[in-house]
Design a binder for this molecule. Structure first.
Ligand SMILES: Nc1ncnc2c1ncn2[C@@H]1O[C@H](COP(=O)(O)OP(=O)(O)OP(=O)(O)O)[C@@H](O)[C@H]1O
Ligand SMILES: [Mg+2]
Length: 276
């Protein structure tokens, strides 16, 4: 995600304020959940990456992972992607502090953790599955007690079923300063109930980033738009989907000086979004 920061973030004042608010919840010792939702190329990963950077700037522990389209059948693939390296880097003293049962359960799914060759491998069924969920939650809560934790997961629409189930458990049961941040095009159906539960409990926010369009009607009619100066440092000729044109009417005008230089407007279905 680091490479995303080479290019300046354009706009997103409202979304960034929401993300800062989510990080503030952790400072208050509370769990929180943020969903970043939208079509391909709208800027979900970019916002998630910005959340991670801001979390790190605050001294939080930031762990991130990404689901992959061709790994949907790999149980816990997304969770392992997010946590395995970090768990593997933990000092032995931290791992020794975990209950034996918890360590055994974690070792069953995280290859980086030492495994007792005599212990049975959890197949992730029934009670075993619950023990796994408990073990992962338990270690994350322990980490969060030392340092607020951000778990940022991208492309969750491709998440494997076992990870989705574990994330639902975390959404329902996690206690302490932990932020679960998800970016997805459509939420996996099995995650929806837990997301709704977090929202009902007043422990979550949902962002739907606006689409950017050129403010010039002529450019819009031409069906193309140029990349704004502020973010033109990438490879020439590369046009991201984020900058593609829209036939929808723009509903919010840029207000910042850099925005007026750029001359873009933001389309937002729900509320004003600034291109800054
Ligand atoms: N606010 C922004 N300012 C500058 N560049 C942006 C902004 N939002 C997105 N981009 C750029 O647009 C491109 C697409 O954005 P991004 O990858 O975040 O989309 P996405 O919604 O995650 O798409 P997908 O669903 O395909 O994963 C990237 O190159 C990203 O850096
Ligand atoms: Mg993305």
């Amino acid at each position: 995600m680091e490479s995303e920061h080479v290019r300046a973030l354009v706009g997103r004042a409202r979304e960034l304020a929401e993300l800062e608010g989510a990080l503030d919840q952790l400072a208050a010792g509370e769990p929180w959940c943020v969903q970043i939702v939208g079509e391909p190329g709208i800027g979900k990963s970019r916002l998630l990456s910005e959340l991670c950077r801001r979390g790190e700037d605050r001294g939080y522990l930031v762990l991130n992972g990404r689901a992959a389209e061709f790994e949907r059948d790999i149980p816990f693939g997304l969770i392992v992607d997010a946590l395995n390296d970090y768990f593997g880097s933990l000092e032995p003293v931290v791992l020794r502090a975990l209950d034996d049962d918890v360590s055994r359960e974690l070792a069953a799914i995280f290859p980086a953790l030492p495994r007792d060759p005599d212990s049975a491998v959890s197949r992730g069924e029934g009670a075993e599955r619950y023990r796994l969920h408990y073990a992962v939650r338990s270690v994350l809560e322990r980490l969060a007690r030392r340092q607020p934790l951000v778990l940022a997961l991208d492309d969750v629409h491709w998440a494997d079923a076992a990870s989705v189930e574990l994330l639902s458990h975390l959404l329902r049961r996690f206690r302490g300063p932990g932020l679960l941040a998800f970016a997805y095009r459509n939420a996996p159906s099995r995650l929806l109930a837990a997301l709704e539960g977090a929202a009902r409990a007043g422990r979550g926010s949902r962002l739907e980033p606006a689409r950017a369009v050129p403010s010039s009607a002529a450019t819009r009619r031409a069906g193309a738009c140029r990349y704004p100066t502020a973010i033109s440092s990438g490879p020439r000729n590369r046009r991201s989907r984020w900058e593609s044109t829209s036939t929808e009417p723009a509903s919010a005008q840029c207000t910042s000086s850099s925005a007026s230089t750029i001359g873009w407007r933001a389309v937002n279905r729900s509320s004003t979004c600034l291109i800054a």
